[in-house]
Design a protein around this ligand. Structure first.
Ligand SMILES: [Zn+2]
Ligand SMILES: [Zn+2]
Length: 383
């Protein structure tokens, strides 16, 4: 193959794939493999399992000797299915890069953009309405196309956790596959035809917020806050169990969370928390020692880390004291930026089309084919 043809091959491959670090939360040390006609580093071999052995990766056939590698690429003629002990098999694309990182397997899967899109939609959205599935498919694909040009991890464009978008397993049939097919290649773009920065969350509570309110970055200025209410003024996501919520927590636990986050002691009995604005962008934490400002995002994270992540579902909340308890009353679930998933479902049920839904949450962006974006010609090579 000439260098030019090879370059074209790599570019074409990169244009259709995304690399995703998978299973990292499970810290796998051994994975059963099912796939056909595989090679490890281009050598034809039968692979039944992958495991950590003496700080290196070992590929083992069903019978015979294992081979040991530093980093290796497993490439197969079929999708590769991986199974952790006691778990259901998960299906990924046809190639994986595997190495050992801090004693566990670090697996980066290469998945086609379309398979990735349907896999995330199946993992993130519980919807049956086509318009909702289609709108979310476009947003999920856009998020991936954006990460492809600006990888979110050192060794992969994306991970399979909420840090990026949740991806459990590649689906081959079902509503999410049909939605990806109906919207094939469609992404949201900015006026200059670059792939738009997009976000989605579970429920906004009646109004989304501007991305720059949480992450001050000029590149995000067109992800604006929009009302998410019907003609009668009712929040589209009002039916969601997360639209409004209440949690009660011990003041001592919150004081401990604040002490860690702000690096000063907090006196639990005198502790009070007050938002400085309607969206919970900034809060004041007050106690017998004085008052300190903290961003809503940092506060939510600090409490989530100290207790559990479900205690504070979004950063839009007020806090009342009830004896030694703090009663946290909030609205929405997630960061409330971009597409509201519950609102999307309600809009679809009320008859909105996918394009109307996308226009409502992203009024500054338009839909285009991923091949027509200005990034399509200069994508990094998939690892
Ligand atoms: Zn990530
Ligand atoms: Zn909403």
């Amino acid at each position: 193959m000439s260098a030019l043809v090879l370059l074209g091959f790599i570019a074409a491959k990169a244009a259709t794939d995304v690399s995703v670090v998978v299973l990292s939360r499970h810290r796998p040390t051994e994975l059963a493999v099912r796939a056909s006609a595989c090679t490890v580093d281009e050598r034809r071999t039968d692979v039944a399992s992958i495991r950590v052995h003496d700080g290196a990766v070992q590929f083992c056939p069903s019978t015979g000797a294992c081979t040991t590698h530093g980093t290796a690429r497993l490439s197969c003629a079929s999708d590769i299915s991986l199974t952790m002990p006691g778990e259901a098999a998960r299906r990924y694309g046809r190639a994986l890069n595997v190495r050992v990182d801090k004693g566990v397997l670090r697996v980066v899967a290469n998945v086609s953009l379309e398979s990735y899109t349907s896999a995330v939609v199946a993992s993130e959205l519980y919807a049956t309405e086509n318009a909702a599935l289609d709108a979310v498919s476009v947003v999920v694909r856009t998020y991936a196309a954006h990460a492809r040009a600006r990888p979110r991890h050192d060794d992969a464009m994306l991970c399979d956790l909420t840090h990026c978008q949740v991806m459990k397993t590649v689906a081959t049939t079902g509503a999410s596959v049909d939605a990806a097919a109906r919207t094939r290649g469609q992404v949201l773009v900015q006026r200059d035809k670059t792939v738009a920065p997009v976000f989605h969350h579970a429920a906004c509570g009646g109004h989304t917020i501007a991305a720059t309110a949480l992450w001050p970055d000029r590149a995000l200025r067109d992800v604006i806050g929009v009302p998410d209410r019907d003609a009668k003024g009712r929040a589209f996501c009002a039916a969601s169990p997360h639209a409004t919520w209440v949690s009660e927590v011990d003041d001592v636990a919150v004081a401990r969370a604040l002490s860690r986050a702000l690096d000063r002691p907090f006196d639990a009995p005198s502790l009070a928390l007050e938002p400085k604005d309607d969206d919970g962008i900034r809060f004041v934490a007050r106690d017998a020692h004085g008052e300190t400002e903290i961003s809503g995002l940092a506060l939510t994270r600090a409490i989530g880390r100290e207790l559990t992540w479900s205690v504070v579902k979004s950063q839009r909340f007020v806090v009342e004291r009830a004896g030694r308890k703090l009663r946290i009353k909030g609205t929405g679930f997630g960061h409330r930026v971009g597409l509201c998933q519950e609102g999307t479902r309600a809009r679809a049920r009320a008859g909105a089309s996918a394009s109307a839904i996308l226009r409502a949450y992203f009024p500054k962006f338009t839909v285009a084919s991923v091949d027509d974006t200005s990034e399509s010609g200069r994508l990094p090579r998939s690892p």
